[in-house]
Design a protein around this ligand. Structure first.
Ligand code: C6P
Length: 423
């Protein structure tokens, strides 16, 4: 019986979109009698049969608690769970698999850093720098810490084209900066943040760097060593994996210096009635029974992406985003937000249809089988900067085709005609 799923050295397969689509059963669905066109991948991706099968296989053949038993099933479950950790470490270029902490996702990973590192190491007056294009999960935990501890929160502003103002970044990252916590890619606009320019600014002042990789790890090759960062937060469900699982990667000495986030089983070395001591990293941060099955499912998702090759994933995304930018620009009344060069953005296209509320667009598109997200995308400061209450957002992934972009454009043309929009 094989315990591990495919290894991450799985041979590369040619990028065959029809074969890829066959791996995703949900793509065969119809919505109201028309084929589903799933363009809400920045919210969550669909899951291939390989991931679904791995979850089933785990529950059918190996289910037990990890790190606790000497019986065969517990040993197998532990081996699979730790095997997934090793795959995820290799996927992001971590040198030590113990630097991967399983969390529920990006939100929990960033909160873990705010609690475990921020509360331990930051004093009143210390500065944390974020940007105006962050998701709420990279703003709110720092605001909470500011209100509790008196740290200072500074924002790198957004320029009208959705990119960051690097001039201002140079002026606000300084000797008081203790952490630069920045997204690699905006979920609301698709903007790819020039990390290679921002990271050295923080490092020059001895600050740590946390990258919110929720939208980058699923879509492009990310190597934590090459980036020279200290923390990386990401979510499994946006990269073909199950919901409720994600990871925080951190440099081992920093993780060792941090306090635990939660107390309970599995995270201790010794407990007396008076006090407790902590287990080594990563157990120190994984209190309680972990999400074993979904961690193993995420390992299978990493295998799937590794077999495709992240450079191929990115190449496909640039191609489809470039096509979408050109195709949507031709729809009467559509204005696109964010950079217009597909090389400068991920597979996210946020737009408005003149005079039509994004929720109405979303509903009309749903009647045509086209699933997009509408709203503030948990990035209200971006909406404020754009001076809109919400946007409509189409987001792409490995299985989306140019024909699906055409379906989106046709549905938008129909909506445009229905609402009487003028070009
Ligand atoms: N963005 C979107 O539709 P969680 O919810 O913890 O898996 O991920 C939070 C998160 C953090 N940072 C970025 C850049 C993100 O895009 C997200 C999730 C989804 O855009 C749901 S709001």
């Amino acid at each position: 019986m094989t315990l591990t799923a495919q290894s991450s050295s799985t041979p590369r397969l040619p990028y065959d979109i029809n074969r890829i689509r066959r791996d995703f059963p949900i793509l065969k669905r119809e919505i109201g009698g028309v084929p589903l066109v799933y363009l809400d991948n920045a919210a969550t991706s669909q899951k291939p049969v390989q991931v679904i099968a791995e979850l089933t296989r785990y529950y059918r053949d190996h289910n037990a608690n990890v790190h606790r038993g000497v019986h065969t099933l517990s040993v197998e479950a532990t081996e699979l769970y730790e095997g997934a950790r090793a795959k995820i470490a290799a996927f992001i270029g971590a040198s030590d698999q113990h630097e991967i902490i399983f969390t529920r996702g990006t939100t929990e990973s960033i909160n873990l850093v705010a609690h475990g590192w921020g509360r331990k190491h930051l004093q009143a007056g210390d500065e944390v720098v974020v940007s105006e294009i962050e998701h709420h999960s990279n703003i709110v935990p720092w605001q909470m810490l500011r209100d509790e501890r008196g740290i200072v929160l500074k924002y790198i502003p957004m320029l009208p084209d959705g990119t960051l103002d690097l001039e201002v970044a140079r002026s606000i990252i300084g000797p008081k900066t203790k952490l630069l916590s920045i997204t690699a890619m905006s979920n609301a606009l698709g903007t790819i943040v020039p990390l290679q320019e921002l990271i050295p600014l923080a490092k020059a002042h001895g600050a740590l760097v946390l990258v919110d990789g929720a939208q980058s790890v699923p879509h492009m090759a990310v190597d934590v060593q090459a980036l020279g960062i200290d923390f990386l937060a990401f979510s499994g469900h946006k990269m073909l994996g199950p919901t409720g699982i994600g990871a925080l990667w951190g440099r081992m000495p920093i993780l060792e210096s941090m306090d635990p986030f939660m107390g309970g089983g599995d995270m201790i070395l010794n407990v007396t009635m008076e006090q407790s001591t902590w287990a080594d990293v990563p157990a120190k941060f994984e209190a309680g029974t972990p999400n074993i099955a979904d961690a193993i499912g995420l390992g299978a998702a990493v295998d799937y992406l590794s077999a495709l090759g992240m450079d191929e994933v990115r190449r496909h995304e640039i191609e489809i985003t470039d096509y979408a930018l050109r195709r949507l620009a031709d729809v009467p009344g559509v204005s696109i937000f964010g950079p217009m060069d597909a090389q400068q953005r991920g597979g996210v296209v946020s737009f408005e249809l003149e005079g039509v509320h994004p929720h109405d667009i979303g509903q009309v598109l749903d009647t045509k089988g086209v699933a997009i997200r509408t709203g503030h995308h948990c990035a209200q400061p971006v909406m404020a900067a754009l001076d809109v209450p919400a946007t409509a957002r189409a987001s792409f992934y490995i299985y989306n085709t140019t024909a699906e972009v055409d379906a989106l454009a046709s549905a938008l043309e129909a909506a445009s005609a229905f609402f009487g929009v003028r070009a």
